[in-house]
Design a binder for this molecule. Structure first.
Ligand SMILES: [Zn+2]
Length: 138
């Protein structure tokens, strides 16, 4: 079932079991995770950074920008999360997917998954952060 609204939960760690319709926001790991709003169950990881996504919290609802383009998932959902509401955008056409891929590889040549939800590169970053946090202070 398509989600029309998303609740936000501020968490330290992203739980293993995600509820549909919930945006999990971890400021510790500067990451937002949710289940794809189309209802397909895909876990969508959107890292927060100047080059990735930006989270806006107005005290009541959250917005994410840019849009969520799940073109690497079978459903190819494309939507905006604006003030807790899901705004469906047009699905990616093959040409748009190409363009997005080209843009992201231009942006950062050895990290072609820059502008779509990914876990590999981001996991690395989380691991680095964790190591830094766990490292004994000299
Ligand atoms: Zn989906």
């Amino acid at each position: 079932m398509k989600q029309a609204r998303l609740d936000h939960h501020f968490v330290e760690y992203i739980p293993e079991q995600l509820q549909p319709g919930v945006l999990y926001v971890s400021l510790t790991f500067t990451t937002v995770v949710h289940l794809c709003c189309c209802g397909c169950g895909s876990k969508i990881v959107t890292p927060l950074s100047p080059d990735d996504w930006r989270l806006t919290f107005n005290g009541a609802t959250v917005s994410l920008a840019p849009s969520i383009g799940n073109w690497s998932y079978p459903c190819r959902s494309h939507y905006w999360i604006h003030e807790g509401t899901v705004r469906w955008a047009r699905q990616w056409t093959p040409a748009q997917v190409q363009a997005a891929r080209a843009r992201s590889s231009q942006h950062q040549p050895d990290h072609s998954s820059q502008h779509h939800p990914t876990s590999a590169g981001h996991l690395q970053r989380i691991l680095r952060q964790l190591r830094r946090r766990l490292a004994p202070k000299a």
